[in-house]
Ligand binder design. Structure first.
Ligand SMILES: Cc1cc2nc3c(=O)[nH]c(=O)nc-3n(C[C@H](O)[C@H](O)[C@H](O)COP(=O)(O)OP(=O)(O)OC[C@H]3O[C@@H](n4cnc5c(N)ncnc54)[C@H](O)[C@@H]3O)c2cc1C
Length: 459
């Protein structure tokens, strides 16, 4: 550990600089050491203890930065990763999947921890239609083929000022009146992007990438990854940051109304929070970044988990597709019994329907999902014995589920979101990583990027 007081640090800096200037042969290696010595004494404040803030702090600490503090508003870390402890197991109320486990940078961490990953299978599904009931598999296969044909055509029609809904409708006028197509779309693009069909950009809806190898979940809880990464970090919980002010060469961060001084600030707050204006910057951040904050979208995706005294659904399938005439309405229901020791179903809502439910009470949302299950399986199904409802788009510390390319936004806006405001105000988070936006790995990698940027910054 390197601890120097200010005087020692200045002396060392002046001595080392003049020494290093005269030693060109060794200079590269020496410069690295000097950089580390100088930087490791810098005080770094990271706003937000989600995976991006934690991965950034972890990488800085591993590189010798000792004076790194995370300020987290909630009484827990993890942000949109939230594994609720339940009867010796864990329920993931936010992120659940490691997408593309083969090359995903999170897989080695999960493997090191022996987390016992469970591969999910999108083809293990049954389909039920509102008012009709179970649909034969051949019929669903036929619909799927037609659906993919329409989306293939729509793929080639791209306008930055037109939404996916407008474009898809121009190709097939009845698409959004057909409960099957509508629900396939909600379970696909709305769930993947986090946006509503009326807002998703037809030009850039698919501008992100992925990894190979299928998707896996962590039955023992995603938060175990966070627990591993946060080991030994200095994290202050229940710290609600309200402003970041430049003072001299550094910053004064206001948290819970109290000033905290810092040399470097990393903003790892969600885009929804930045959009809300609940954090102010003095002087203001650049107009380009403000414009990007406004233009990139943040949507609503929520989960409702219901536990029943016994299983009344097809236990052998991992998913239920529910085809409703309301877009975003539980089009995707996960049979948690596939990998958890509970008789549980997890309903996913997306888009505007999800945002509507978000502002309603837990009881109302629980009843909504239960009544849908009754309409599918009959009135004789038992009442749920437990329920868990998320409100990601109204939660003041997320204000949205994840970012997406909204009508009017462009890739340059994602770039802007991740740019440093010089000197020394850095930005990470899923919304700063277009290639892997809206994912845990995207957020994780953005934290590593900022740690590199800090390390490479010459003061
Ligand atoms: C329902 C849902 C399902 C998802 N499913 C998946 C999935 O299966 N796989 C996947 O890869 N991704 C998934 N995601 C996306 C993934 O969870 C996020 O992309 C990722 O966790 C974001 O990490 P982050 O660090 O950028 O932000 P966050 O996790 O939101 O971290 C930001 C932190 O800032 C804190 N904060 C906010 N305001 C303040 C303040 N004023 N002062 C101090 N701290 C503050 C927050 O409390 C939070 O801890 C899902 C998200 C949701 C909502």
């Amino acid at each position: 550990m390197v601890t120097l007081n200010r005087r020692e640090f200045l002396k060392l800096g002046i001595f080392s600089l003049s020494y290093l200037m005269n030693c060109s042969a060794e200079s590269d290696r020496n410069k690295k050491y000097l950089n580390l010595l100088i930087n490791s004494t810098k005080k770094v404040i990271i706003l937000g203890g989600g995976i991006s803030g934690i991965s950034c702090a972890r990488a800085l600490k591993d590189r010798g930065y000792e004076n790194v503090t995370i300020l987290e508003a909630r009484n827990r870390v993890g942000g949109r990763i939230h594994s609720l402890s339940y009867k010796g197991s864990a329920l993931d109320l936010g992120a659940a999947w490691i997408h593309g486990y083969k090359d995903n940078p999170l897989t080695p961490i999960a493997n090191k921890l022996n987390l016992g990953l469970f591969p999910t299978d999108d083809n293990s599904v049954i389909a039920l239609q509102e008012g009709i009931g179970l649909l034969p598999e051949e019929l669903v296969d036929g619909y799927e083929l037609a659906y993919e044909n329409i989306l293939d055509l729509a793929q080639n029609v791209r306008f930055p000022d037109k939404s996916r809904k407008e474009v898809i409708q121009s190709i097939n006028g009845g698409f959004f009146d057909n409960p099957v197509f509508l629900s396939m779309y909600s379970a696909g693009e709305e769930f993947n992007t986090g946006g509503d069909a009326t807002e998703i950009s037809s030009a850039y809806f698919d501008s992100d990438g992925g990894f190979s190898g299928g998707d896996v979940v962590i039955p023992s809880g995603y938060s175990l990854l966070i627990d591993n990464l946060k080991n030994g970090l200095n994290i202050r919980l229940n710290q609600v940051v309200s402003s970041v002010n430049r003072v001299g060469n550094g910053f004064k961060v206001i948290s819970n109304g109290e000033p905290i001084a810092s040399d470097i600030v990393v903003c790892a707050l969600p885009l929804g929070v930045l959009k809300s204006g609940s954090i102010t910057f003095s002087p203001e951040i650049s107009s380009k970044k403000k414009d990007a904050i406004q233009k990139i979208g943040v949507g609503a995706v929520n989960k409702i988990i219901l536990e029943y005294p016994y299983v009344f659904w097809d236990e052998s399938r991992q998913y239920i597709n529910y085809f409703s005439s309301t877009k975003g309405k539980f089009s995707y229901i996960i049979n948690l019994k596939s990998y958890l020791p509970f008789n549980m179903l997890c309903g996913i809502t997306t888009g505007k329907y999800s945002a509507e439910l978000d502002s309603k009470s837990d009881i109302s949302n629980k009843n909504e999902m239960h009544s849908i299950l009754k309409s599918m399986y009959g009135n004789s199904i038992p009442d749920p014995i437990n329920s868990f409802v998320t409100h990601w788009s109204t939660d003041p510390f997320s204000l949205g589920s994840y970012s997406f390319q909204k009508v009017g936004s462009e890739p340059i806006h994602y770039e802007e979101l991740g740019k440093t405001e010089p000197p020394n105000l850095f930005f990470c988070g899923e919304h700063t990583n277009e290639a892997y936006r809206g994912t845990v790995h995207g957020a994780y990698l953005s934290g590593l990027r900022v740690a590199d940027e800090i390390k490479n910054t010459v003061f």
